[in-house]
Design a protein around this ligand. Structure first.
Ligand SMILES: NC(=O)c1ccc[n+]([C@@H]2O[C@H](COP(=O)([O-])OP(=O)(O)OC[C@H]3O[C@@H](n4cnc5c(N)ncnc54)[C@H](O)[C@@H]3O)[C@@H](O)[C@H]2O)c1
Length: 255
């Protein structure tokens, strides 16, 4: 039996969190050598331990995605250890409650909250791509998946800077897909709906029923359901797919 990502070297940012961890486990099950990155070193170490305990191959390469020097060092470590970087899942992110912006309309966000949201959720993705792309060009190709959101496709009340950042991620994704197609680098985004992770605990507590009424499946998605799409997008099975933003949202975007 062969795996979808056999022999590939793969990096995941936000790899200590819900979607990142599920994807790291999926990548490893499909045969990739996995580099797990997070600024929460403990949760990243847990992900690495889970992979290694299951017979996969993983290491941690922690970085804060808002820090260009740390991001550069992260890519250097992956390449020094695994020899190349075939797949990169730029997934680290934060939600409004993590910058004290829960329930706030556009004019109520503080400047500090807005700046922090853009720094992590938008600039962080750009910094990672800026470090990954030269390596992928040098080795003759690769696949990048960025984590967008349904918030990258439509507006969501009281999520101003989050929505702006995620729309930005979709824009960066499309632009890079055009710029690096000739270099055999595919760049796509996954756009999750409401997924059961630490990030959504707070909003589900406050208005879970209201939110689930908007989802045709009337339930949250699991991190594993996002991991399926990311694994496929990173694999050679998706060889003709670039510049796309795929919804995995229980039908939310169809309404
Ligand atoms: N959960 C959802 O419903 C949902 C929906 C759409 C999009 N997303 C996106 O999915 C991605 C993963 O989120 P999740 O739901 O797994 O949440 P999560 O909180 O479980 O995971 C996010 C991870 O990113 C890490 N992180 C945060 N800031 C970082 C930084 N500056 N540098 C490095 N790592 C950092 C956190 O430590 C955490 O492990 C995020 O980009 C999020 O915006 C989530």
């Amino acid at each position: 039996m062969t795996g979808l990502l056999d022999g590939k070297s793969a990096l995941i940012t936000g790899g200590g969190g819900g979607i990142g961890r599920a994807t790291a486990l999926s990548f490893a099950r499909e045969g990739a050598h996995v580099a797990v990155s997070d600024f929460d070193t403990e949760t990243a170490a847990e992900t690495v331990a889970l992979i290694n305990a299951a017979g996969g191959q993983a290491m941690s390469v922690n970085a804060d995605v808002t820090d260009a020097a740390q991001v550069e060092a992260m890519i250097k470590t992956v390449v020094a250890t695994y020899g190349r970087l075939d797949c990169a899942f730029n997934n680290a992110g934060i939600a409004g409650f993590q910058v004290d912006a829960s329930g706030k309309k556009t004019h109520e966000w503080s400047e500090a909250a807005f700046d922090r949201m853009i720094a992590v959720n938008l600039k962080g993705v750009w910094l990672c791509m800026a470090a990954e792309l030269p390596q992928m060009m040098a080795q003759g190709g690769g696949a990048i998946v960025n984590t967008g959101s349904i918030a990258g496709l439509v507006g969501l009340r009281t999520s101003s800077a989050y929505v702006a950042a995620k729309h930005g991620v979709v824009g960066l994704t499309k632009t890079a897909a055009l710029e690096y197609a000739d270099a055999h680098i595919r760049v796509n985004a996954v756009c999750p709906g409401y997924i059961r992770t630490r990030m959504t605990e707070e909003s589900m507590r406050r208005r879970g029923e209201e939110l689930m009424a908007l989802v045709p499946f009337h339930r949250m998605g699991t991190p594993e359901e996002i991991a399926e799409m990311v694994t496929w997008l990173c694999s050679d099975r998706a060889s003709y797919v670039t510049g796309a933003a795929y919804n995995v949202d229980g039908g939310y975007m169809a309404t």
